[in-house]
Design a protein around this ligand. Sequence first.
Ligand code: NAD
Length: 287
Amino acid sequence: MAERISGKTQLIGLLGTPISHSLSPKMHNEAFAKLGLDYVYLAFDVGNEQLEDVIKGYRALGVRGSNVTMPNKVLVKKYLDKLSPAAELAGAVNTIVNDDGVLTGHITDGTGYMRALVEANVDIIGKKMTIAGAGGAATAICIQAALDGVKEISIFNKKDAFFDRAEQTVQDINAKTDCKAQLFDLDDVDALRAEIADSVIFTNATSIGMKPYVGQSVVPDASYLRPDLIVSDVVYIPTKSHLLGMAEGVGCETINGLGMMLWQGAKAFEIWTGEEMPVDYIKELLF
Ligand code: NAD
């Protein structure tokens, strides 16, 4: 690393809390080193309170870019100059690029998720998806899935602050794409059973399954699943969430959040550096 840092090294940050578990610093720093690119990627434990100051600091320092994660993905929009069309639609940002002082917010979670499905040879285009979640990750996935041609999306969320936002997402999808979206209360377990029953894929895009919710699942029990259902989880720590363990037991094909992590990162890497991430190399190193 010492040999890599020069007077011209550009900084890429990661803003979130908690953050020390993140795989992103290793992924990006290994990719920079492999391609001989003069960048360094550092994680900063930053929550909503410090966010405005940090973005001001980014401007003052001329930082090249950043990833943004929980709980900052929605709030950060407010401090940026521009949003990509996908970030605008999703109402969330996970990647910032600084082009000569102009800070643009992008969201690469949705394309990352869809790419991970393609890499797993799973085709959901023209088919129905049921998804739990209405936060940054879930919204990005729903928007991208609708834009890519998924025919129907049933969204379940608990009645928290994210629920109202999901109503807007459903309106946007129905108004701006050919996909039919519907919103349900996650507590309505009969609706959950019915919607999963004619879907090809069920996706957990909530925080349930990761710390502090390890061992929990948004699907109450295995009777909601069937062997030809694909079950995917955005959670990747643990790599096998309680939901995926349950789905494996039923005989479902399962996909964890590692692929999404990799491909959302690869897209962000390209936005900052203009280079393709050496994905196979990174996959071997990290997974
Ligand atoms: P967010 O804070 O924007 O959204 C949180 C979501 O979880 C909301 O839908 C909320 O309603 C739901 N939720 C929270 N507590 C709940 C509870 N007790 N019961 C039911 N639902 C609950 O967060 P986000 O950025 O959308 O992240 C959500 C998950 O996605 C996290 O686990 C995160 O690690 C993961 N994620 C993974 C990747 C990846 O690349 N694999 C990328 C982004 C996010």
